[in-house]
Design a protein around this ligand. Structure first.
Ligand SMILES: Nc1ncnc2c1ncn2[C@@H]1O[C@H](COP(=O)(O)OP(=O)(O)O)[C@@H](O)[C@H]1O
Ligand SMILES: [Mg+2]
Length: 406
């Protein structure tokens, strides 16, 4: 997949940008706070239609423009997929609602036609790595769920829709549980919501199980390459509802024993999930909340059996996250037959020179890469010879003249 044009209007510090992109890798350099990360963020947004951070969409609208009652950030991407050329436009519309404050709304058009967002998510595919994403490893479970959801949305068009149906069902079920806790509401309705929740929830879990397994297989290889075999990375799914029947007498499983849930069908997961909800009914009614299900899932990253979220060094966490991101690139390619555009922000700064060189070689063998740095000198000449280099300054991009070596 190649991005061939990017146009931005009132997106962060890009008041106006219209850029024809070469069918090549792109090196973006520039001082701090000039717009390098924002540019990658814009490209990523075309893929996910949402921020990788929670609920930060309004912050992306240019803050000078957003002083008006109505402000629109507009992103247009033209890209080449194996099925031809496409154009995607995303609008972030910030409106004031009188006393209620402001709200942000999104609209998306694919090839000129307005469509529901879930139908467009993942049409343009990209994988983003920014340093603050180490929060995925160190932060709270909702960040890991979000990471997983965004990755799955790139591969399975139905995932986003199912996720949003699951969330709606969860809200309805929780509302009913609260009423039942107050001795109002109809207990029979709970069966109906349980049926829906477990059906949607099991499909999500089934996708997550397969995805983590496939991502792990890829991540192991990348991690091996980056660390020259020193580190073995594992992705350990920790579902809030365990779909595997607990084997008798295996309470004390060692932390690093892999659990294989990949043989389960969505229907089996749903049946077990339903039974588990039945069992918890009195407790859930008393608490007025759904206590198990994919909305409470987590996964851990283990390196050589050690949980990185708790014991990882900064360098280890960064390398593992990078391996996970590269795994995602390979996984998307394997599943969809398209190389996603790879967006790497300041990725080289904390890698030693051997890891740096191995990563760059690896990247050159993939699809289009956008890579940023404050310092072009960190890239070896053989890499710089094969990319288009641009300088970002105050929201403006200009081609960099390759310095002539003396
Ligand atoms: N909504 C916004 N409107 C205008 N400028 C913004 C907005 N959000 C961030 N900025 C500014 O955009 C600039 C570029 O930020 P960033 O992309 O992180 O730079 P870089 O990655 O080059 O260091 C920063 O000065 C930041 O304050
Ligand atoms: Mg930056």
């Amino acid at each position: 997949m190649y991005l061939t044009r990017l146009a931005l209007t009132d997106f962060r510090n890009f008041a106006r940008l219209d850029l024809a992109l070469p069918r090549k890798n792109l090196l973006l350099t520039g001082r701090n706070a000039q717009g390098k990360t924002s540019l990658l963020e814009a490209v990523y947004l075309l893929s996910t239609l949402t921020s990788f951070q929670t609920n930060a969409i309004w912050q992306m609208v240019n803050f000078i423009a957003s002083r008006e009652a109505l402000a629109v950030a507009r992103l247009v991407g033209e890209y080449e997929r194996s099925d031809g050329l496409h154009k995607l436009e995303l609008r972030l519309i910030l409106e004031s609602n009188g006393a209620a404050g402001r709200s942000v709304r999104r609209e998306a058009l694919l090839d000129g036609l307005k469509k529901p967002l879930h139908q467009i998510v993942g049409h343009f595919k990209a994988v983003l790595f920014v340093p603050q994403m180490t929060q995925v490893v160190e932060g709270s479970p909702d960040l890991r769920r979000r990471y997983l959801d965004l990755a799955l949305a790139q591969v399975y068009p139905a995932y986003t829709q199912t996720l949003s149906e699951y969330r709606q069902t969860l809200t309805q079920r929780n509302a009913l549980l609260k009423m039942l806790a107050e001795r109002r509401g109809d207990l029979k309705q709970l069966d109906y919501w349980d049926e829906l929740l477990t059906d949607k929830g099991a499909r999500l879990m089934h996708w997550r199980i397969q995805a983590l397994r496939e991502l792990e297989r890829q991540a192991v290889q990348v991690q091996h390459l980056l660390t020259e075999g020193d580190e073995v990375l594992r992705l350990d799914y920790q579902p809030a509802y365990e779909p595997l029947p607990r084997p008798a007498g295996q309470m004390g499983l060692p932390l690093d024993a892999p659990i294989d849930r990949s043989g389960l069908t969505a229907a089996e997961i749903a049946a077990g999930f339903r039974a588990a909800l039945q069992k918890r009914r009195p407790e859930e009614i008393a608490r007025g909340v759904t206590t198990i299900g994919p909305h409470r899932d987590d996964f851990r990253l283990l390196v050589n059996g050690i949980d990185l979220g708790h014991y990882g060094s900064r360098g280890q966490i960064r390398t593992a996250l990078l391996a996970l991101k590269m795994a995602e690139v390979n996984w998307i390619q394997e599943r969809t037959d398209e190389w996603p555009v790879i967006l790497l922000d300041e990725v080289l700064s904390e890698l030693d020179s051997a890891r740096r060189a191995r990563l760059l070689d690896y990247l050159l063998a993939r699809g289009q890469v956008f890579i940023t740095s404050t310092d072009a000198a960190v890239f070896p000449p053989n890499f710089r010879a094969r990319v288009a280099a641009w300088v970002v300054e105050n929201g403006i991009l200009s081609p960099q003249n390759e310095e002539v070596s003396p």
